[in-house]
Design a protein around this ligand. Structure first.
Ligand code: ADE
Length: 225
């Protein structure tokens, strides 16, 4: 998979993609992540990328010209499965969406800043919009990093144990059961005995029951679905 990220602040992505699973996915060539600085595509003599909103109101709006130049250059090089715009004004991202996007060959992700991008970019180039939650960040970069992380870990071969993504929270619509490791008894805090029994069927039943119980308590909205 190839992911192109269009941003005014490429530096914001440096550490999240240079650590652990995403770093290894890139090293194993299971995924390529390309960062593009929108400002490099401005034809303005001061390299401006934003301007006041027509109609007034607080906050600047990202201008069409540099974003369009960059999108057109990338689109001329390859076909994109989706051209995504990160914005709080969209449907909230879910595991189902992550699963769908993980089947893509090429993804483009545009990060908004200030008051966002000129609506005409959204109308003419964006094929999909994503919010990561009902709160507002200073820009789309951290949200894009969240989406990239959740998608890249689903690419076959990225996680060492292929089944581990299948048993994630949310993969079956439920939250995960509790997990424990050694020692079995720490200061008298004991691991549930069933997990030490070696009886796989009973252990799976216990985990399913725990998942249901926890989901019912913490996320009744998911449980009702
Ligand atoms: N940009 C600012 N806030 C955001 C959010 N919640 N999701 C996606 N992009 C954003």
């Amino acid at each position: 998979m190839r992911i192109d990220i269009l941003t005014l602040f490429p530096g914001l992505f440096e550490s999240p993609f240079q650590i652990s699973i995403i770093k290894r996915a890139v090293e194993k060539r299971l995924c390529e992540i390309h960062l593009h600085d929108i400002r490099d595509y401005s034809t303005d003599k001061h390299k401006s990328v934003d301007d006041y909103a027509f109609g007034g109101g607080a906050g600047m709006v990202m201008m069409i010209q540099p974003i369009e130049a960059l999108i057109l250059k990338l689109k001329a090089e390859r076909n994109y499965d989706e051209i995504i715009y990160m914005t709080p004004d969209a449907k909230v991202f879910t595991q189902k969406e992550a699963n769908r996007l993980s089947m893509s060959q090429n993804l483009m992700i545009l990060c908004g800043h200030y008051k966002g991008v000129d609506q005409r970019i959204r109308d003419h180039y964006i094929t999909h919009e994503i919010s990561i939650g009902d709160y507002v960040l200073t820009g789309g970069e951290l949200a894009a990093a969240v989406v990239v992380d959740s998608v890249v870990r689903l690419i076959p071969g990225v996680l060492s144990d292929e089944t581990s993504a299948l048993t994630d929270s949310h993969q079956d619509g439920l939250l995960s059961p509790p997990v424990y490791t050694r020692p079995a008894n720490y200061k008298g805090w004991e691991v549930p005995g069933i997990l030490l029994s070696g009886n796989e069927k009973k252990i799976n039943e216990w985990r399913e029951n725990q998942s249901m119980e926890i989901t019912r308590k913490i996320r009744p909205d998911l449980f009702d679905k």
